[in-house]
Design a binder for this molecule. Structure first.
Ligand code: NAD
Length: 290
């Protein structure tokens, strides 16, 4: 029976995951290497829950209870008594490997581990966790409180009780699970991120401007967001990391990351979370950076 859940990484996704799980009645311990990020995360969660109260989607008293269930902790050792840990740190295999290697010996033997990775092999990450049968992918979508889907991905060794326990949590918090096989970037990002990469090539080759490309896809393909604003929303570092996993994992040049995407990431212009990506977000309204 899962009651207490640890979340590693308090960025955009860790914050959203903490939000929906706390609202679903789970006790949350949230940790991040950056203390400032943990404080920011609590503010973001409070603000987002407040908006849900304003829209009548959450009662004020439920919000207070949910916030009371979220605690920030200094590091992995404080997750020792949790029943499940969800890893939601940066999309970097070395970072995830070091977290998972450290977690294995800390947790109770029966505790489960899930990763929110967007693209990295679940089987490979499971192998360093020390408990591959109790490990799987639980891929939430951004923004977590709004998006209904959670992709579930088994590693080669994931056992049935682990899958069932994670599947039950997804249903309990009112989300809809789909299953994906363990291949690079799973289903959603296998399709979505190459489209974003192609939009960056379209910009790179001068076929359209930032605003031209985004309005073409909003109005011409009926997408809610243009691909470049969506890239800024996801995080350009995350988009690039996913393209690299696709490129290396599938060994096909059609997944070659656009050099302009690489340049933006190298500049630290990684999208909304840093204040600048294909648009500059520091003013009243977003302004294209090219
Ligand atoms: P983010 O950059 O907003 O947050 C990552 C957080 O991880 C940062 O706060 C960072 O300080 C923290 N971190 C880094 N190393 C750490 C460590 N060793 N221990 C603890 N914390 C550490 O990124 P994000 O958008 O929240 O993405 C997190 C994960 O979720 C990635 O695997 C990403 O692929 C996945 N994901 C992202 C999206 C999206 O749209 N952004 C959607 C689904 C899944």
């Amino acid at each position: 029976m899962i009651k207490s859940i640890g979340i590693v990484g308090a960025g955009q996704m860790g914050s959203g995951i903490a939000h929906v799980l706390a609202a679903g009645g789970y006790d949350i311990l949230l940790t991040d290497t950056s203390n400032a990020q943990m404080q920011k995360s609590l503010k973001v969660i409070e603000g987002n829950m407040g908006r849900q109260v304003g829209r009548g989607k959450l009662e004020q008293v439920e919000m207070a209870e949910a916030l009371g269930r979220i605690k920030t902790v200094a590091g992995l050792p404080e997750l020792a008594d949790t029943d499940l840990v969800i890893e939601a740190a940066s999309e970097d295999e070395d970072v995830k490997r070091s977290i998972l290697t450290a977690l294995g010996p800390i947790l109770k033997p029966e505790a489960l581990i899930a990763t929110n990775t967007s693209s990295i092999s679940i089987t490979r990450l499971a192998a360093v966790s020390g408990r591959p049968e109790k490990f799987m992918g639980m891929h939430f979508m951004n923004p977590v409180p709004v998006m209904e889907l959670v992709e579930l991905i088994r590693g080669i060794a994931t056992d049935v009780p682990t899958f069932d326990a994670i599947h039950d949590i997804v249903l309990k918090i009112g989300k809809i699970p789909t299953n994906s096989e363990d291949f690079p970037a799973f289903i959603v990002n296998r399709i979505l991120v190459p489209m974003i990469n192609e939009a960056v090539y379209t910009l790179y080759e001068g076929v359209g401007t930032v605003e031209g490309i985004d309005s073409a896809m909003r109005l011409g393909a009926n997408h809610r967001m243009g691909p470049l604003e969506l890239a800024d929303f996801i995080g350009l570092d995350t988009c690039l990391a996913i393209m690299q996993v696709l490129y290396e994992g599938l060994a096909d040049t059609k997944y070659r990351p656009c050099p302009l995407l690489v340049k933006y990431v190298e500049a630290g212009w990684v999208g909304r979370k840093s204040g600048r990506g294909f648009y500059d977000y520091t003013g009243d309204k977003p302004v294209p950076t090219r």
